[in-house]
Design a protein around this ligand. Structure first.
Ligand code: DGL
Length: 266
């Protein structure tokens, strides 16, 4: 594998959720070229168990690195990062790989009530990686953790009634929201699908609650890593192209990119 700044950045998720990260990446790195892979034939990952997610993450990463020639990888999925990022790093030790974790640290820095809600997949919350993060911060705030079974799947299907029903079910189950002591004032969107339905979730929890995700932090981290490895494109090398790939229907992924982000992409 030869590192080349002109090569694309590979980004993947179980499905359409990583588009929320890709949006932040493209805004922060407008000169870069991206290849996005949605593993839609195997989504969602969140309720499938580690062995399945690890095997799929390896297969998708191999496609991006070995077939598409990606110069770096962004694992735009909390569930896949928790299950597989250590194996991906061991498999391609020279390759810059940026993973995601639910934004607990910025939530701790911003909370006023000391009470933080975390919405994520069952797989993420059960992972050792998440449990270590939670344990490291547990003394600094009270965290209410809520697995959101079915929400990512509803977003994949563009099923608006079920998106609203699942969002209401899981935000209703987590606790009380507001700015009074003991109420949740920060809500971490710990799955990359959830920022796509931020307006629906925001409407349920009310205006006093701040919704926080990891997209912009990951974009900044990706820029830092590319710069330090000499792989960042300069404005003179501007490209900005986006290639969308899927293990399921590419046309459906393009429709999803248009629906969620207003993009027309090749
Ligand atoms: N978007 C993914 C995440 O960030 C996973 C959703 C799923 O496939 O269950 O966790």
């Amino acid at each position: 594998m030869r590192a080349d700044a002109r090569a694309p950045i590979g980004v993947f998720d179980s499905g359409v959720g990583g588009l929320s990260v890709l949006k932040a990446l493209r805004e922060a790195l407008p000169h870069e070229r991206f290849v996005y892979y949605a593993d839609t034939a195997h989504a969602p990952y969140g309720e499938r168990g580690d062995a399945f997610v690890l095997a799929r993450s390896l297969a998708v990463a191999r496609e991006l690195v070995e077939d598409q020639g990606a110069k770096a990888l962004v694992v735009a999925c909390n569930t896949a990062t928790a299950a597989a990022v250590h194996v991906l790093r061991a498999t391609w030790p020279e390759l810059p790989i940026v993973g995601l974790e639910p934004a607990l640290k910025p939530a701790v820095a911003a909370t006023r009530t000391g009470c933080i809600g975390v919405l994520a997949t069952r797989g993420t919350l059960a992972s050792r990686k998440f449990q270590a993060l939670h344990a490291a911060l547990a003394g600094q705030a009270r965290f209410l953790l809520q697995p959101c079974d079915g929400l990512a799947a509803a977003i994949e299907r563009l099923d608006t009634p079920e998106i609203i029903a699942a969002s209401a079910r899981w935000t209703g189950a987590i606790g009380r929201f507001g700015s009074e002591p003991g109420q949740i004032d920060m809500l971490v969107l710990g799955c990359t699908h959830y920022p796509l339905v931020r307006p629906q979730i925001a409407a349920l929890v009310g205006p006093q609650v701040t919704l926080i995700d990891s997209g912009e932090a990951v974009a900044r981290q990706t820029e830092r890593v590319l710069r330090s490895t000499g792989l960042l494109r300069t404005p003179g090398q501007a490209d900005g192209r986006l290639h969308l790939l899927a293990s399921g229907s590419t046309a459906a992924l393009q429709r999803a990119a248009r629906h969620w982000l207003g993009w027309a992409a090749s």
